[in-house]
Design a protein around this ligand. Structure first.
Ligand SMILES: [Zn+2]
Length: 162
């Protein structure tokens, strides 16, 4: 069974991290932003970037062609709702989306806001990994974490009140 190191330093063994999060076994440190019938959205506090969101399906599967019709509709509705909130609440102009089907967890999509400081790592997809590592290693300050958690609170309020 894979061992997962949590952001708070604890280590636990889980079959699938995504199942553990959507099943409530692990509460993401950033808190849950929104839950729908088929999806769950949260922040991974290990990557303290304001407005970053990870959306995970509640069902265990890996590939996009495995989505049911209901899940597809829910996926797009939720995606657009979160994206709108990122723009309206946080002024985020552009977002990078990605997921990889060969994940060791299950189907989840990252929404990584694009900020000016990220261009030092390149303009496109090749910059994503260095950006995330930079955030994890250099931006884990109390001040930045406070900003990130405030963004989570604002997003949570925005997407749960309409
Ligand atoms: Zn799973």
């Amino acid at each position: 069974m894979p061992t997962i190191k949590l952001a708070n330093g604890e280590t636990i063994e889980v079959e699938c991290l995504s199942c553990a999060i959507t099943g409530g076994i692990i509460e993401p440190e950033g808190g849950t932003i929104i839950e729908t019938d088929y999806f769950h959205a949260h922040l991974d506090v290990a990557y303290p970037i304001e407005g970053l969101i990870i959306r995970t399906s509640k069902r265990h599967f890996a590939c996009l062609d495995e989505l049911t019709d209901y899940e597809m509709k829910d996926y797009m509705n939720l995606l657009q709702k979160l994206r709108r909130a990122q723009r309206e609440i946080l002024g985020i102009k552009h977002v990078y989306y990605f997921y990889n089907e060969d994940t060791t967890h299950h189907f989840h999509t990252w929404m990584v806001p694009r900020y000016d400081w990220m261009y030092q790592f390149g303009r496109s997809i090749e910059s994503v990994r260095p950006v995330l590592l930079h955030a994890r290693e250099k931006m884990n300050t109390p001040e930045n974490k406070k900003i990130v958690m405030q963004a989570v609170a604002s997003l949570t309020q925005a997407v749960n009140h309409d």
